[in-house]
Ligand binder design. Sequence first.
Ligand code: 0O2
Length: 269
Amino acid sequence: MEIQLWKAVLTPYELAVKELTVKFEHLIKEYKDCGMYSPIEQVTGRVKSISSILEKAQRKGIPLENVEEDMYDIAGIRIICQFVEDIQLVVEMIRKRSDMEIRDERDYVKHVKESGYRSYHMIVGYEVETLLGTKEINVEIQIRTLGMNFWSIIEHSMQYKYQKNIPEHIKKKMLKAAQTIVVLDSEMSAVRGEIMDAQNRMQIQSNMISDILNNIQNLYHVANKREIAKIQDEFYRIYEMNDMERLERFGKELDIIAEGYRAQALDQD
Ligand code: 0O2
C-alpha cells in the first residue's frame, strides 16, 4: 500500500474509536446520574500506529492489501473494570447493543494465555459514516480489571524492550506477578458488595448535593438575599451532620420552594 494512503485508510478507524469512547463514557455518566455503581470504571481507545500494523502484518503473514479484513485490532477500545465480576456485566451489555455486531469473543480470563495475560476480548463490527458513505469496520474491545491492566501494560513494555523475546527469568517473574494479580482480583471481589454500597452512597450523596446547590444558585435570581442566606446556613448545618436522610428531606423542601418561585414567575408572564 502506498504510504500516503495509510492516512485515508485509518480515518474511519479514528472516527470509530472516538464514537465508541464517547458512547462508553456516556454509559458511565448514565450510571452515575442514576446514583448507581458503574461496572465500567474507565474507557480508553486507540488506533494502531502504522508501524505497529506493519510489524503485526509481517509477524502474522498478512498481505498489506488484506490488513483491513484480517487485522481485527486496528481500532481498539479498552474497558477497565474494578472487579472481575464486572467484566461479564460489560460483555452482556455489549452483546445487547444494536450498534455493534459481535464477530468473535475470546475469554482470556477463563483461558489465561501462556504469558499470564488475562482479558476478555470481543471483536465487533461497527458502522461509521464517512464522506464516501457507510463503512463497517472491525473493532477490538478488551475488557479487563484495573489489576489485569496494570500487569498487561508492564508486560507489553517488556515485549517492546526485548522485541517479543522476553528472557526466561523475566517471563517467570511476570508469570508470578500475574498469579499475584489473580489473588488480588479475587480478594477485591470478596469486598465487592461493601465497596459497591459505599460507592453508591457516595454517588447518591454527590448527586443530591449538586441538585441542592443548583437550586440554591437558581434562587439567587428570584428570592431575596435574607431568604437565600437562611437556606444556605441551613444547608451547611445539615451538611455538617453527615445525615443522608436529613439532606434528602432538605433537598425535597428546597425543590418545593424552587417550584413555588417557578410558578410565581409563570403567573407574572
Ligand atoms: P498491541 O501492540 O497491543 O496492539 P492470535 O489470533 O491469538 O494469534 P491476535 O490477533 O494477536 O492473535 O489476537 P489476541 O491474542 O487476541 O491479541 C490481541 C491483542 O491482545 C494484542 O495485540 C495485545 O494488545 C493483547 N495481548 C494478547 N496477548 C497478550 C500478552 O501476552 N501480553 C500483553 N501485554 N498483551 C497481549 P497486539 O497487536 O499483539 O499488540
